[in-house]
Ligand binder design. Structure first.
Ligand SMILES: [Zn+2]
Length: 578
């Protein structure tokens, strides 16, 4: 071909193609402008936040608070015009539980209130209980023999006492407060076209001693201590929160059975330390507690909250978006994860309000049971889609699930379970948000459960998509703590998040093809379930969460391993990824 005819051909081609391209991008930029305008001028997101956090929080799985929040969200989405709004039951297997009242005081040698939270699924005190404090100095990482010997010596000393379980954790003062936003460079490193995985220090291996007895796991230690305290007449168990600035993370009695534990509180590290130091002076300390907890048998059935915008010509294909509605109970679960639900509800509201008609069905899901091990989303995926190894009819028609669960920060990128072609499509979809700091999308190959509900989908071999966000105050202040309230929400960030999700969901629901998935040959193998005594490694890559060894986990976004779903609190090593 001569240069001249090539030129002619390209001219013809451009004349033919240009109007089409121009039209598409013009209507697309018009659509993006409409989405942004709707959110800027008519946002409902803070109203949704207020209802989910202030009015219904905390939303512990199985509790009437969670059920009421789910009912409200379902009705709210229905009022926005979403269809098929309903609650889908799944078997939680534990009763619901709520703390109604807690007073905590030091009575002697001084009088002062104490800052505490109740451990969930523990019983009430018998009215107001006043007793001497006794501190147990548990051995470090004991073997079974060491613990048995220690408890044998302490047997007669705990009766009638309020027992401080362990020595105080010394929390170092931080001289380098962590950044609240990722820099553009950090976001690029994580989500850009050439992501550089965060290097994680590998744990120092404990030198193997042949035939040496293994130390007990924290779980084993905890359960044996509960049994010991109960059997030997202790009145109340007090755990050290072990965090700075009176932050408290209170999780659950691992058995979920109030008959198997004492009334238990998690006390601020400062109050715990004060009492410990006074006891060390050999001065008696008298404490007083009044705890009222209530158990709800009907909570053994919990609910995922579902609503849809039905598709048109591809209505049998489904794109999902969601977050978990359940929370821990020390605050109102605002950043974890009322805001994720509010963002996803808002994204659907925007699309519905603009009268957009997606080709595929768009389905919102607000999960429960996430904090106890992703239980609601696992049950849902199993019921509706099956898995790569055992597919249900819906499996092939599923086009992707977007999850938000890393607090209030702006979205900076996405992690997509799937091959490079799928990630490239997602990167193109997110490209218009470059100026808002969205760096792109990266591929995940992990089918390990963990972090958040998107991994229930990736575990099944389905495209789970985790949105990575600016950390803001999440890992250090609000995540699972008594500080997780409405005040911690950054309105401007979450409105941007809702527009990003609305746009991305609509694109996936409207393009000609479903997001490409791993072919049968390329599907990564499903990891083996960890054995109950195995350590649980964690490899958060994208929205890493700081994790205490005594807490339930989570890197919410992508590749990490996960513990047994019903294990209650899950263990992860502490990591920082920023
Ligand atoms: Zn969460």
């Amino acid at each position: 071909m001569t240069n001249r005819s090539a030129l002619a051909l390209s001219l013809i081609l451009s004349l033919v193609c240009l109007p089409v391209l121009a039209q598409t991008s013009a209507s697309n930029s018009d659509l993006l402008a409409r989405i942004r305008k709707e959110e800027n001028e008519h946002s409902q997101i803070m109203k949704t936040m207020h209802m989910l956090a202030d009015v219904y929080g905390p939303r512990l799985t199985g509790s009437p608070n969670h059920k009421n929040a789910a009912d409200w969200a379902s009705k709210q989405m229905q009022s926005w015009g979403l269809e098929n709004a309903h609650l889908e039951p799944w078997d939680f297997g534990h009763p619901g539980w709520l703390n109604e009242r807690l007073t905590a005081h030091i009575i002697s040698p001084v009088k002062d209130p104490l800052v505490c939270e109740v451990l969930s699924w523990t019983p009430s005190t018998k009215g107001t209980v006043q007793a001497k404090a006794y501190q147990l100095f548990l051995p470090e990482r004991p073997t079974q023999d060491q613990l048995t010997a220690f408890l044998g010596r302490e047997k007669t000393r705990v009766r009638g006492k309020i027992v401080l379980a362990g020595k105080q954790t010394i929390v170092p003062i931080s001289l380098n407060p962590p950044a609240k936003r990722l820099t553009n460079e950090q976001a690029e490193q994580r989500f850009g076209p050439n992501p550089r995985p965060l290097t994680q220090p590998s744990p120092t291996p404990t030198p193997a001693v042949v035939n040496a007895p293994r130390p007990l796991t924290n779980r084993q230690l905890d359960e044996q201590l509960d049994t010991f305290l109960k059997d030997n007449g202790a009145l109340i168990r007090v755990n050290d929160a072990g965090r700075e600035f009176r932050q408290i993370r209170a999780f659950n009695n691992r058995t979920f059975d109030v008959d198997k534990a004492l009334p238990t509180v998690v006390m601020s590290n400062e109050d715990y330390g004060r009492i410990s130091r006074i006891l060390a002076d050999r001065t008696d300390v008298v404490l007083e507690f009044n705890i009222v907890n209530r158990v709800y048998p009907e909570g053994t059935t919990s609910y995922n909250t579902i609503a849809e915008i039905p598709g048109t010509d591809k209505a049998d294909e489904v794109i999902m978006l969601g977050g978990h509605l359940d929370s821990w109970h020390a605050a109102t679960g605002a950043t974890d994860n009322a805001i994720g639900c509010a963002i996803m509800m808002e994204a659907a509201r925007i699309l519905k309000t603009l009268g957009l008609q997606p080709r595929r069905t768009i389905r919102v899901a607000l999960w429960s049971g996430e904090e106890e091990g992703l239980l609601g989303s696992i049950a849902y995926v199993k019921q509706h889609f099956g898995s790569f190894e055992d597919p249900k009819p819906g499996y092939e028609k599923f086009g992707g699930y977007f999850n938000i669960d890393s607090g209030t920060g702006r979205v900076r990128g996405a992690s997509v379970f799937g091959p490079a072609e799928g990630v490239n499509i997602m990167r193109d979809i997110l490209a218009p948000f470059k100026d808002d700091g969205v760096a792109g999308a990266i591929a995940s190959r992990s089918r390990a459960l963990g972090g958040s509900d998107n991994t229930s989908f990736s575990q099944a071999g389905l495209p789970g998509i985790g949105m990575g966000q600016d950390p803001i105050e999440y890992f250090n202040y609000t995540w699972h703590t008594n500080l997780d309230t409405y005040e911690r929400i950054l309105e401007d960030d979450v409105k941007k998040d809702a527009t990003i999700v609305a746009w991305a969901i609509y694109q996936l629901a409207t393009r000609d093809d479903l997001l490409p998935r791993y072919t049968n040959d390329a599907m990564p193998p499903k990891p083996a379930e960890p054995t109950p005594t195995a350590a649980m490694p964690a490899t958060p890559k994208l929205a890493p969460k700081v994790k205490r060894s005594d807490a339930k986990s989570a890197a919410k976004s992508g590749r990490k391993t996960k513990s047994r779903p019903k294990a209650g609190r899950q263990r992860r090593t502490r990591r920082r990824g920023r």
